[in-house]
Write a protein that binds this ligand. Structure first.
Ligand code: ADE
Ligand code: ZN
Length: 322
């Protein structure tokens, strides 16, 4: 209960949140109604009932379907504003938000609509917020390159690029050229790796993509030499405990390797991934992990410190929150 207060009250940064994954069933229905989009579910409750996943792909199918209600700049604004307000309530001081432009441009939505809506909500936010444009790895590198070129007029509205969607079968090597292009544009680089995919994908995210953080990365413990390297390079991992349970990366929270990652000396952070789908926002992730695992107040402080250290912020800004 004191630990609970520490976890909820401590200032923190959130570095792994897909903004489309913050779309709650209630807002999906509201936007569907507003836009005249018909949904294959009769009610909010029925939609929520469908949130039972067996792996990453089973989640992604329903996540992309949910995003289909987003049509106007105001829709993207409302979704983002709702998340940022919720994050503020969890004492998030700074958030780096992933967004998936290809999910929307594939439906005929202009990238300008997507970026302007999300970005404007970040400008009006109660917490510091920046954007990371993610490429969908189940699509081709040519499509990723076209997306990045499309986004160049809005270059000042996002700070980096990431790589998400179906991991296995779509290794980092597939996106070497688009990440090189992003690097030349001065963008920060991150990638999902070692969520469902093997430790080799983490290694190639580092060697081939030159990423500055690894999203998830929990499978690194299968390779001790890789762990030693991640520690040596102070490479942050953006871990998402509730996501890992819902997508069956671990069977139950008591089996999550968060404590082992910390004990190995890794720069672990705790994040929500897709809070509307996985049963909670960032504080729910801290609380669920700390309830099931042998973690104490010193781990809590370490995780919060790691979250600011790993953020793409100016050093003086980090010092103000640390
Ligand atoms: N897109 C949204 N959430 C994701 C996750 N956890 N892994 C890969 N792609 C995603
Ligand atoms: Zn993710």
């Amino acid at each position: 209960e004191e630990l609970r207060r520490t976890l909820t009250a401590m200032p923190k940064a959130e570095l792994h949140i897909h903004i489309e994954g913050s779309l709650e069933p209630e807002l999906i229905f509201e936007l569907a109604q507003r836009n005249g989009v018909s949904l294959p579910y009769p009610s909010v409750e029925a939609l929520r009932q469908a949130y039972a996943f067996s792996d990453l792909q089973s989640f992604l199918d329903i996540y992309y379907a949910g995003a289909s209600v987003l049509l106007t700049e105001q829709d993207f604004y409302d979704m983002t504003a709702a998340y940022l307000q919720r994050a503020a309530a969890d004492n998030v001081r700074h958030a780096e938000l992933f967004f998936d432009p290809q999910t929307h441009t594939a439906r005929g939505i202009a990238i300008e609509t997507v970026i302007n809506g999300i970005w404007r909500a970040c400008q009006d936010s109660p917490v510091s917020a920046s954007l990371i444009l993610c490429f969908l790895r189940h699509l081709s590198e040519e499509e990723a390159i076209a997306t990045l070129e499309d986004a160049i007029p809005y270059r000042d509205k996002f700070i980096g690029v990431g790589l998400d969607s179906s991991e296995v079968g779509h290794p980092p090597e597939k996106f070497a050229r688009v990440f090189e292009r992003a690097r030349n544009l001065g963008l920060h680089l991150v990638a999902h790796a070692g969520e469902e995919g093997p430790p080799a994908y983490i290694e190639s995210a580092l060697d081939v993509l030159n990423v500055e953080r690894i999203d998830h990365g929990v499978r690194c413990l299968e390779d001790p030499a890789l762990v030693a390297r991640l520690v040596r390079e102070h490479m942050a991992l953006t871990v998402c405990p509730l996501s890992n349970i819902k997508l069956r990366v671990f069977d139950v929270m008591g089996q999550h390797n968060l404590r082992r990652l910390l004990d190995a000396g890794l720069a672990v952070t705790v994040n929500s991934d897709d809070p509307a789908y996985f049963g909670g926002y960032v504080n729910d992730n801290y609380l669920a992990a700390f309830e099931a695992l042998p973690l104490d107040a010193s781990h809590a402080r370490q995780l919060a410190r790691n979250s600011f250290n790993a953020a793409f912020l100016e050093p003086e800004q980090k010092r103000a929150w640390l």
